[in-house]
Ligand binder design. Structure first.
Ligand code: GZL
Length: 324
């Protein structure tokens, strides 16, 4: 009898052991690799050199890592971004959605739908106003810091000037980049007595930047500096200053943000004085963070990009080393 009980206890403990270590098929967790990633990437559209470099970074890095990238260009239309988001949620293949948000608002519903569908959502480049638990992480610049740096550098450019009237060319007004750069600039401009005498959107665009600057110059030439929130608008302003018979970079100082090749060439030509960097080459960090989240690892809610400031005097030397 005793041996019978011992036999039953032995069998029972073996079965329990098997179940515990998943030997009975109790779901051992899958480890994802980049080759398992199917990414739905929603880009803003194309507004110039920065965006082209950002898109190239995601396409080239996906190729290198063996990621299946489904790229969508929203043509700078918010409604296109929202419909693409829902299409990627419905796409059974897609396990990661990456968004470069045109605007900071309007995202909560789709983010909740994505969460319900078990999709990993990573924000790249542009931050949004939504509860942090609705997305995995935001990888992009500290735009407010770029604005503060811009004001500090404009103070240096206008040092000793009797007047410090600055005009501001603003990006897409709903975007985090435009809002935060403007806010950061205003935090620090008082330190040296800068007045923003004109401020208007030129939607990141060179042609619009030229048109806005032309109109301002028709009203007044008592302008000592241009704060252009990206390179393209600064290049447009330089053209308008030239056509008004003035010398950009000398009569009117110009500071821009991004540090694309076009801005470096303009610094070499003496048309732009200073450029605050905004790094577009974000794909490696974004894909790495997405893979960690797919594998159930924690990532910080914001991974800021590292960025510098460049000056006309150094532009010729640095230009050949730049990737975009
Ligand atoms: C910045 C990026 C901005 C660039 C512009 O991260 O979102 O958008 O500064 C681009 O050139 O249009």
């Amino acid at each position: 009898m005793k041996s019978r009980i011992l036999y039953i206890v032995l069998i029972a403990s073996m079965l329990l052991g098997l179940a515990a270590c998943g030997g009975g098929g109790g779901g051992s967790k899958k480890t994802y690799t980049y080759k398992d990633m199917v990414v739905g990437f929603i880009q803003t559209g194309s507004e110039g050199g920065w965006r082209a470099a950002n898109t190239a970074s995601f396409k080239e890095t996906a190729e290198q890592l063996g990621i299946n990238l489904k790229f969508y260009d929203a043509q700078n239309k918010l409604e296109n971004q929202l419909s693409a988001f829902r299409n990627f949620i419905a796409d059974k293949e897609v396990n990661v959605i990456i968004l470069a948000a045109l605007e900071t608002t309007g995202w909560e519903d789709v983010l909740k739908e994505a969460q319900k569908a078990g999709k990993v959502v990573v924000l790249e480049d542009r931050r949004i106003d939504a509860p942090e638990d609705l997305y995995a992480t935001y990888i992009g610049s500290d735009f407010a810091e770029e604005g503060r740096k811009s004001a500090d550098e404009m103070c240096k450019l206008l040092e000793g000037s009797a007047s410090k009237n600055v005009v501001e060319l603003v990006g897409n007004v709903g975007s985090s980049a435009a809002k935060d750069r403007g806010q950061g600039f205003r935090e620090k401009m008082g330190a040296c007595g800068i007045n923003i005498v004109k401020s208007q959107t030129a939607n990141w665009d060179a042609t619009e930047g030229k048109a806005v600057m032309e109109a301002w110059l028709k009203e007044t030439t008592d302008i000592q500096g241009v704060f252009a929130q990206n390179d393209e608008m600064g290049l447009g302003a330089a053209q308008a200053i030239k056509e008004a018979g003035l010398d950009p970079g000398d009569d009117i100082k110009i500071l821009t943000v991004d540090a694309t090749a076009g801005a470096f060439k303009a610094m070499v030509a003496g048309d732009i004085n200073t450029v605050v960097e905004c790094n577009p080459l974000l794909a490696p960090q974004v894909y790495e963070a997405a893979l960690k989240v797919l594998n159930g690892q924690e990532v910080p809610k914001w991974i800021p990009s590292q960025e510098g400031v460049f000056y006309a005097k150094d532009a010729e030397t640095i230009l050949p080393t730049r990737k975009y």
